[in-house]
Design a protein around this ligand. Structure first.
Ligand SMILES: C[S@@+](CC[C@H](N)C(=O)[O-])C[C@H]1O[C@@H](n2cnc3c(N)ncnc32)[C@H](O)[C@@H]1O
Length: 372
């Protein structure tokens, strides 16, 4: 992934699509007296029905998309998650899995395959995504990979009304939630607003030298997770930091970044609908919101430590035995998932539980709850 100031100009059709969304954003700005909070801009850019980045047709995740995620890098990632799910399902005597934001469906297929091998399939594997367009892609993946398990898979339009027992899992879901942008001006937080500027959009100037962001929806979202979970574990994987690191004085421009065709840049107001906008996750805020909602903090660690604790080494050895010709490829996948300079430390795993007291296997080597 390259950090860049210059971006390839999108094709005419994509620009026309973006212009349609820009018109809607302009209408919202006018209706709101000439400015809207950045959070609302981000909400529209990513999720405006039919037009937003995550809800319009283009392919986002994977080699032909804008960015690549851990389940797309290697099935070993999802197999480790499956090992953790198996422990929870066994302790509970069975249950369901609910995956939030399931992307291409590859993680669902890999988790189901591994759980089948462990003889520990969930009763149902449910998927909830804000992107209805991804359902077709997920169904195709599952149809191709685990057709005999498709009857266990269920797509939801909203969170289940009846509380569930089992595991709720989300990879890179929190970072896709709209954030409020703020600047510190004279020690006070000033929420940043977006206004029209020339043909495009600009942030309303407020002065101040420190800018960052927070996810205002987190407490409400956690309350709904706590309501949905009768017993079991909520497992979230994402890039981010603990509070003190997140708001470190040196991180004076916050963590907001954009992805466009495997390029990373920091111009979120450009090409609405065509690029991903994302912020790192404040895991202390996640833990606090969870505990306030009645969940218990079950574990927190780096992705590397979580994968190691969940059996990555054995899975790697097994995969090598199954397919020795893949040695280089598999070793490369493990490096990408685990090395500190790659995803190993930038990505964290947090577990919040309810009615579940067993120590979670994924945190047995290096539980870092004390850092939150
Ligand atoms: C960065 S993608 C990650 C996709 C996939 N988990 C992966 O790892 O490849 C984020 C996904 O989360 C979904 N999403 C965002 N907020 C969500 C929410 N509140 N509930 C469910 N899905 C959500 C988006 O629609 C998008 O599909």
């Amino acid at each position: 992934m390259r950090f860049t100031d210059t971006l390839p100009t999108p094709p005419a059709e994509a620009l026309a699509h973006s212009e349609q969304l820009a018109t809607r954003i302009r209408t919202a700005i006018t209706a709101n007296g000439g400015r809207i909070p950045f959070r609302e801009f981000m909400q529209m850019a990513l999720y405006e029905p039919g037009l937003g980045y995550y809800v319009a047709g283009s392919r986002k995740i994977g080699k032909e998309g804008d960015f690549i995620t851990a389940p797309e890098i290697s099935p070993l990632f999802s197999h480790c998650l499956a090992n953790q799910c198996a422990q929870v399902l066994m302790e509970l005597g069975g249950g369901d899995i609910l995956e939030l934001g399931a992307g291409s469906g590859v993680m669902a297929a890999d988790i189901l395959q591994r759980l089948e091998m462990l003889n520990c399939l969930p009763q149902r594997y449910r998927i909830l995504d804000l992107s209805p367009e991804l359902r077709d892609r997920q169904r195709q993946t599952l149809q191709a990979r685990v057709p005999h398990l498709l009857e266990r898979v269920e797509w939801l339009d909203r969170l289940p009304e009846t509380p569930m027992r089992g595991v709720i899992v989300g990879n890179e879901v929190l970072d896709a939630m709209p954030v409020e942008l703020f600047s510190l001006v004279g020690g006070e937080k000033v929420i940043r607003q977006v206004a029209m500027q020339g043909d495009g959009f600009g942030l309303v100037e407020v002065g101040g030298e420190y800018t960052s962001e927070f996810n205002p929806a987190l407490p409400g979202w956690m309350r709904s997770m706590a309501e949905v979970l009768e017993a079991g574990v909520l497992l979230l994987i994402d890039y981010g930091y603990e509070h003190d690191d997140y708001y470190h004085p040196d991180r004076s421009q916050g963590t907001l970044i954009c992805h466009y065709q495997h390029r990373v840049h920091n111009q979120p107001l450009l090409y609405p609908g065509l690029q991903d906008i994302t912020a790192s996750v404040d895991f202390t805020a996640v833990a606090e919101a969870g505990v306030d909602a009645g969940l218990e903090l079950g574990g927190y660690t780096t992705q590397a430590a979580f994968l190691a604790s969940s059996g990555l080494e054995d899975l790697f050895v097994q995969a090598l035995q199954d397919n020795p010709a893949n040695q280089y490829k598999l070793a490369q996948q493990v490096r990408t998932l685990s090395l500190p300079s790659e995803m190993g430390e930038r990505f964290k795993v947090i577990a919040l539980s309810k009615g579940f007291s067993a120590e979670l296997v994924g945190f047995r080597f290096a539980d870092q709850r004390h850092r939150l």
